[in-house]
Design a protein around this ligand. Sequence first.
Ligand code: NAD
Length: 335
Amino acid sequence: MKVAVFSTKPYDQKHLEAANQGQQELVFFDTHMSAQTAALAEGFDVVCCFVNDVLDDETITNLHHAGIKMIAMRCAGFNNIDLNKCRELGLPVARVPEYSPYAVAEHAVALIMDLNRNIHRAFNRVRENDYSLNGLLGFDMHGKTVGVIGTGKIGVAFAKIMHGFGCQIIASDPYQNPDMEALGTYVDRDELWQQADIISLHCPLMPATQHLINQNTIEKMKPGVMIINTSRGGLIDTKAVIDGLKSEKIGYLGLDVYEEEANLFFEDYSNDMLMDDIFARLLTFPNVVITGHQAFFTREALQAIARITIQNLSNFASGTMTEVRWIPETLAHQP
Ligand code: NAD
């Protein structure tokens, strides 16, 4: 099959080629997928896309007209793809639902520890020959209450690490996971907001979870709460969080994702002006640490993403549809 791989970075190409071993004809584009760039897929059988590609109604219609027969996502999330349109046009979508929950869970922990112990500030001070400790005071993780929103593969991997620190784990998820029940207790969402010292988001972005963290929910939280988002930017109303930081209701914010990240992340704009005023405001807080959607970025995760993507393509090519990692109807239609 001829596969057009969009949003390719050198590390994607390296891992996909190693996993492919010449099975499919892969052509790499560094361009993002959008309604405007979909025409590049003319003459290909399949497109392979990533988290910030825009696969909306118009793009999917254009891909269909270009003769594309399948979309292979090389990520777990599927908030950037209009699944209803794909279904309407009979265009199957595969993804990589699990590649390394540890990669993302461990990055969430890295953000927590960095914020707690002010590593980002200490790093700069020591380089400036400044060894003063004023303003760097942290807290013991042991005994703190950690609220986990979404207890799937990543949420549970995260909860296990926090449990190892001696934290109390409380969780919220419409589906109770027995692995989580061994680590802590499920509580209702309001109780979680009220009790948690640290809140970490691990649920998908969908209409029901859009702006889950908003002015109303922030008001219910403990003063000085730490919020960590390694899931999807749209889970947080950024303006509300900025207000929460200014009023000191939010004590720490760790982000690997941002609601308007599609225009920023994965690219080098170091010679350009930052035009996003909301993002720029976030960067002014000493108690905010942001990484550019790198939680998945470990050697093991990249190898697994490439291996499973190639397997998805092979399964589609050989007609073994049952093994393609379709996005289950239940997940796509979750409230
Ligand atoms: P998963 O499907 O295993 O788990 C998601 C969990 O969220 C499920 O248990 C589901 O029931 C729960 N959920 C659904 N709706 C909810 C709601 N309203 N409230 C609370 N929980 C709800 O997925 P996963 O592999 O653990 O991944 C979680 C998310 O992490 C993905 O959706 C993706 O957005 C994000 N992710 C980020 C990166 C990164 O690099 N930053 C990488 C991979 C995944």
